[in-house]
Design a protein around this ligand. Sequence first.
Ligand SMILES: NC(=O)c1ccc[n+]([C@@H]2O[C@H](COP(=O)([O-])OP(=O)(O)OC[C@H]3O[C@@H](n4cnc5c(N)ncnc54)[C@H](OP(=O)(O)O)[C@@H]3O)[C@@H](O)[C@H]2O)c1
Length: 336
Amino acid sequence: MSTVNHQVRLAARPSGLPRATDWSLTTEGVPDPAEGQFVVAVSHVSIDPAMRGWMNAVRSYVPPVEIGAVMRAGAVGRVAASAHPGFAVGDAVYGVFGVQEYALSDGRGVITIDTSLAAPSTYLGALGTTGLTAYFGLLDTGKLQEGDTVVVSGAAGAVGSVAGQIAKVKGARVIGIAGGPEKCRVLTEEFGFDAAIDYRAGNVRAALREHAPRGVDVFFDNVGGEILDDVLTRLARGARVVICGAISQYNETQARGPANYQMLIVARASMTGMLVFDYQDQYPQAMAELAGWLRDGKIVSREHVVHGSVADFPETLLMLFDGVNTGKLVLALDGS
Ligand SMILES: NC(=O)c1ccc[n+]([C@@H]2O[C@H](COP(=O)([O-])OP(=O)(O)OC[C@H]3O[C@@H](n4cnc5c(N)ncnc54)[C@H](OP(=O)(O)O)[C@@H]3O)[C@@H](O)[C@H]2O)c1
């Protein structure tokens, strides 16, 4: 175990896209665990669009990351030192360990994972918060029914790719919206979507008319903005619009709302925000089901793993907003 801990801290609150000057890289000694604590050597950091929101000093579902604090992040690692009865040296664990090489924990919110069943990065992807968001967003908030026509935006990303695949498992017809021809190819050829729409090619509404002639029963939205407005015009009667995320708006200083919300009246539709953390008591059952689908080849987990050190975090975060990733974006700390 190293004696130094490199960390990424929030240095300033960004306006628009985060810049290099919004971060500071610090070095500390690796902490010693007191009674009831353990130290995790972080191996894989989850890179999430939500991180952009946590940098803002606004009301949200979690407090903002304070200036000077280690950046919040879900992560996977191994217990490197322990004075906690429930966690032994060598245990593989998931928790909110932050963008740093070593994290001190008292075990709250930490789960032990089995890396013989799936790669550590998969516990940030289909077997982690990503998969759980797709699962509860689609099945609980979206009230998916067999035979539904489902549209997923951000479809080639982490949550979107799993949401579309779960919809297929449940017997829906699934249309994905993603940026670029290669992502659209992956949607139909690797993730098994029925159709893909390249929003960068323009005219999403015409493509929706073609692929969803009877309308959209469930819209699983990761993107917001113009794409949300386009899909609102194609809702079937009784449609459920699941507001999972709105990545197109996260760096806007003047975020826009949906202009076409009156289509909810026409379609007698609902539009509901969901948050995965509300389902914590149901995680074990959902994870078991997701693991079963993965094992049986009914879904695949794709992870886009960037190998580097914590110093690569600021650039890696920007990849989400440039649409570089297909599947779950993960920073593997093997270049330290
Ligand atoms: N509610 C919850 O509990 C919860 C939990 C987890 C995640 N989320 C939300 O779910 C969404 C997806 O998260 P994720 O982790 O799966 O990220 P992701 O989809 O893997 O990555 C982001 C993707 O968004 C797309 N994108 C970026 N800027 C865009 C823009 N301006 N317009 C359209 N698409 C854009 C890019 O794909 P393209 O190349 O296709 O543009 C990019 O690859 C996010 O909005 C996130 O905040 C919500």
